[in-house]
Design a protein around this ligand. Structure first.
Ligand SMILES: [Zn+2]
Length: 176
């Protein structure tokens, strides 16, 4: 990431509240780069990140490498070491927060523009919209802590996210 890494590191520290200096958040990852012919990004516990894409907009790769890294730091870390619930709604909540953090906020920091139209996985957009008012408040708060934010959103919106998932499943079932 080079220059972009220096540029984004301070911002990501501020947005997450991570120092990136403890045992978990400073760990090293193996990043597998593939041909962008089949665009994809993924993360696997404990230390794998896969990436294959062309820049669809400026700094696209930097934004999405942070996105993948946050799967480890925000999501897997808690499932594996803090015994957090690991079900579809909880994963969706985390993923939507990761997209607000990177696909939305980091992209706008770099490139200007606005969150809308949403970037990232389309099936998360409804959840991102749901979280957006609270996310805006979080951005203006001091001493941010992304874990505390996820926990608070879980308290407020977990049931609503379960409802979204059930609606999607029943609409798929109806379509056959
Ligand atoms: Zn993701």
């Amino acid at each position: 990431m080079g220059k972009n890494y220096t540029r984004t590191f301070a911002r990501m520290k501020e947005l997450t509240g991570f120092n990136f200096d403890d045992e978990y958040n400073s760990k090293k990852y193996r990043v597998f780069i593939n041909h962008p012919f089949t665009p994809s990004g993924f993360s696997c516990y404990p230390d794998v990140i896969g990436w294959a894409a062309e820049d669809r907009w400026p700094n696209y790769t930097t934004v999405y490498l942070w996105h993948e890294l946050m799967h480890h730091n925000v999501e897997f870390c808690r499932e594996c070491f803090q015994g957090r619930r690991n079900d579809e709604a909880w994963r969706r909540l985390n993923h939507a927060v990761i997209q607000l953090l990177t696909d939305s906020e980091l992209r706008v920091c770099f490139n200007g523009g606005s969150y809308h139209p949403w970037e990232g996985h389309p099936n998360l957009h409804k959840t991102m919209e749901l979280l957006l008012p609270e996310w805006r408040k979080y951005l203006t708060s001091e001493n941010k802590n992304i874990y505390a934010f996820v926990d608070r959103m879980e308290g407020l919106f977990y049931d609503k996210i379960v409802e979204f998932i059930n609606q999607e499943k029943s609409s798929v079932a109806t379509k056959g």
